[in-house]
Design a protein around this ligand. Structure first.
Ligand code: ATP
Length: 255
C-alpha cells in the first residue's frame, strides 16, 4: 500500500547522563494499521512514547508531525487534543477512585472535581451529561459496565488494561498508543483485549503498541518496528522482521 503516515518522526534523541536512550533518525507510523514497537529491555521504547506524546523533552533538532500537524513543541495535553493518546498504568491514587470516575478523568478538558462530585450531578450541563453517557457506553463496550461503581483497584490485571484502553478512547483519538497492553493479563482476557485492538483498527484508528509477547505481536500486528539501543534496527511484517539478522542480534545482545 502507498505510505500514508499518521506520525512522522525525524531526528529524535534523548540522553540520560551517558546513556543514549533514544536516537531515531526517521520513523513513520502508517495510518489505519496496527504497528508493534518491539525490542529488548532498555531499548528505548517507553522513552520514545514519552517523547512523542510530550511527557518528556528530546535534544534540540527533533521534529515530528501528527496527521500533518507539527506537534514537536506541544504539551502533553495538546498532543492528546490533537488526537494522539496513550495508556498508562493506573496509579495508586486512581485505584481509590471508581471505574466510572477514572473514565470521567479521561474526558478532554474535563472539569475534574465538577465531573467527579456526584452531589453536583443535578446541576450538570448537557455537555457534562454527554461525557457521562460516553463513559458508560465505552464501559459497556469493554464489558466493565457492571464494575462502574467499584474502585479501580479492585479490578483484575486484564480488566485494568481494558479500563486504560476505554479511558483513552474518551478523547476520540485518531491514534492510540498502548504500552504493553497484554502484560499481566490472563489468557481469557488476552483474547478479548486483542479483539478490541483489532476492532479499533477496523474502525479506522491508528494503533501503536509496545509488546514483549511475540505471539501477540505476530497475531495482530500489520507492521513491526524493532528498536535496540535507542535506534530503529529493522521494520517490516512480523514474519519478515523475525527473519532478519539485525533482530536476532538485538535480542541476543550480539552487536
Ligand atoms: P522495557 O522494555 O524494559 O520497558 P524500554 O525499551 O521501554 O524498556 P526505556 O525504558 O525507554 O526502554 O529505557 C531506555 C534506556 O534509558 C534505559 O537504559 C534506561 O535505563 C534509560 N532511562 C529511561 N528513563 C530514564 C530516566 N528517567 N533516567 C535515567 N535513565 C533512564
Amino acid at each position: 500500500a502507498k505510505p500514508d503516515p499518521m506520525l512522522t518522526v525525524d531526528n529524535i534523541t534523548r540522553h540520560f547522563g551517558g546513556i543514549t536512550a533514544v536516537d531515531v533518525t526517521h520513523l513513520e507510523v502508517q495510518r489505519g494499521i496496527i504497528t508493534a514497537l518491539i525490542g529488548p529491555n532498555g531499548a528505548g521504547k517507553t522513552t520514545f512514547f514519552n517523547l512523542i506524546t510530550g511527557f518528556d523533552k528530546p535534544s534540540p533538532g527533533a521534529s515530528w508531525t501528527f496527521d500533518g500537524q507539527g506537534i514537536s513543541k506541544t504539551s502533553a495535553s495538546r498532543v492528546a487534543r490533537a488526537g494522539m493518546v496513550r495508556t498508562f498504568q493506573l496509579t495508586k491514587a486512581l485505584n481509590r477512585m471508581t471505574v466510572l470516575d477514572n473514565m470521567m478523568l479521561g474526558a478532554p478538558g474535563q472539569r475534574g472535581e465538577r465531573l467527579l462530585s456526584s452531589w453536583l450531578q443535578p446541576l450538570w450541563s448537557r455537555q457534562e451529561k454527554d461525557i457521562e453517557d460516553k463513559a458508560l457506553s465505552l464501559l459497556e463496550r469493554f464489558k466493565l459496565l457492571e464494575k462502574k461503581d467499584d474502585f479501580a483497584g479492585s479490578l483484575s490485571g486484564g480488566q485494568r488494561k481494558l479500563l486504560e484502553m476505554a479511558r483513552a478512547l474518551m478523547t476520540d483519538p485518531k491514534m492510540i498508543m498502548l504500552d504493553e497492553p497484554m502484560a499481566g493479563v490472563n489468557p481469557a482476557l488476552t483474547q478479548s483485549l486483542l479483539g478490541h485492538v483489532e476492532s479499533l483498527r477496523d474502525e479506522g484508528m491508528t494503533v501503536l503498541f509496545v509488546e514483549h509477547d511475540m505471539h501477540v505481536v505476530r497475531h495482530i500486528s500489520d507492521w513491526v518496528v524493532v528498536m535496540a539501543e535507542g535506534k530503529v534496527v529493522a521494520e517490516g511484517t512480523a514474519k519478515n522482521v523475525m527473519a532478519q539478522q539485525a533482530v536476532v542480534d538485538a535480542y541476543l545482545g550480539a552487536h
